[in-house]
Design a protein around this ligand. Structure first.
Ligand SMILES: [Zn+2]
Length: 139
């Protein structure tokens, strides 16, 4: 059994290895992403890590023009907006992440329901480097 703690930092260490991992409740089978140390459905604490496919559909999105500092450092902002999506994975859970490979300046070209797949983006340098989950059109 995998005893890695069900924390954001373990989730992050899997992302750094380009694995999208969720926690699954052994008692009721519910899948949680990001992972949780306790099942919110049945309050069980017998969980295990499971890798999810990263395939899903676009549920909703928003175009960000006023970027937070980390995204300004990544080159985004008023002149280069970016898209944050809510994605429903094929396995059921939803997660919010940046949507790449779409035209943020023309959001009418982005279709709710479009098939997406997970991808991984490295940002920052040296010690500050971090892997971020993102999505892109599945085609
Ligand atoms: Zn449960």
């Amino acid at each position: 059994m995998n005893q890695q703690p069900f924390t954001e930092s373990t989730f992050q260490s899997y992302l750094a290895r380009h694995k999208l991992m969720a926690s699954r409740c052994s008692a009721c089978g519910a899948l949680h992403l990001p992972p949780r140390p306790l099942c919110p459905d049945c309050f069980g604490d017998d969980l295990h890590w499971t890798e999810v496919s990263g395939s899903g559909k676009l549920l909703a999105f928003t175009v960000i023009h006023i970027a937070p500092t980390a995204m300004i450092e990544a080159g985004y902002g008023r002149d280069k907006p970016y898209v944050v999506a809510v994605v429903v994975l094929d396995e059921g859970p939803g997660i919010s992440a940046q949507l790449l490979g779409v035209d943020a300046a023309n959001p009418q070209t982005i279709a709710v329901g479009m098939p997406l797949r997970a991808t991984f983006v490295e940002r920052g340098e040296g010690e500050g480097q971090r892997t971020f989950l993102a999505f892109q059109p599945a085609d």
